[in-house]
Design a protein around this ligand. Sequence first.
Ligand code: NGO
Length: 420
Amino acid sequence: MIVPAPAMLGPGEPLGPEGYRLEVRDGEARIEAEGAAGRFYAAQTLRALSADGPPRDVAIADRPRFAWRGAMLDVARHFFGVADVCRVIDHLAAYKLNVLHLHLSDDQGWRLAIGARPRLAEIGGRTAVGGDPGGAYTQDDYREIVAYAADRCVTVVPEIDTPGHVQAALASYPELAGDRGSDPYTGTEVGFSTLDAHDDATYRFLDDVLRELAALTPGAYLHIGGDEAHSTSAEDYRTFMARVQPLVAAHGKRVAGWEEIASVPLLDGAVVQYWNTMGERGPDLARAAAAQGARLLMSPADRVYLDMKYDADTPLGLDWAGHVEVRDSYDWDPATLVDGVGEEAIAGVEAPLWTETVRTMRDVESLLLPRLCAVAEVAWSPQRGRDWEGFRARLAAQAPRWDAAGIAYHRSPQVFATPA
Ligand code: NGO
């Protein structure tokens, strides 16, 4: 029936900005909500209830467990145009996810035109993994994505990855590379590139980028990456983060970053994205973030990295964090994942889709669905209202709709009796 399962609030419980009451009686629907988001989610629920004909009578009182319910698309390793990104936003909105994090820059490509630094899109935009075609959004393209998302109650969180993962920027502006090399890069190694933490030109560059990015961003957060800066010393990383965070704040935004940023002092209001379930530092970094008063965004790779293979036969994807089947994405509780990081420290849940091996929308959808539905329910529904068997049955019922829409979802044997 519905994905995700409704919270079923008691009569006196507040709906909050995203909650709603929906009553259907004798074919007539009545909606109550405090704001536009609540009304939108009520309508999405009604749409799901009406998918196979007139809805039966129901009374639902619902609101989300977490305020940040997201997915990330890496448009840097492979580029996806406006229409593709809008289709991904449609999938998010259908399951009441409200954040699209766009990974806009990496070693292999730079994907957003910056007026003050035109070579970023011109040169950095040309490349992609494996010599595949590149691409970059004009600022109008980007505004179109942001507006399409806003119409569906989705906020775009843009990421410019720093101080590592910057080879496309160095190839565009070799003076930022010093003597470290500025050749374009189309491989898939990580951790070899870095900005210079001691060069003022680095911060003039980032100020230009962050100023234009902030102006394009109605949401509160700019994501500054911070992951896998293996060519930046710990001391330089600290220096760099102490100078970049105030730039974000100066443009009126809050900082988001991968878990590594918790190793340095953070500005108030920062969000730290926990991800690395294979390394030893992840849980310590998550606790360090909470101890600083930052809030955690839970993206455990062995649960919600949607670029991980489902099983050994999955043709696409990576497996450094193991295989991630639908049930792995569903059967976990964000509030008990890391000792010392409880419900109140958690901003939400986000599922990243990295695209080293992902080149087409069919590729994207086969990794996204059905795991995105599991992520959506983890982020929306209270833990006590969730169980795998019930979810599995509701998920299987989605398939005819996906078939009719020509969506290339993965027919996981955990969910579907018969393969494709
Ligand atoms: C890591 C790495 C990315 C890779 C991804 C592949 C983070 C935060 N940094 O996650 O560069 O694309 O794994 O799964």
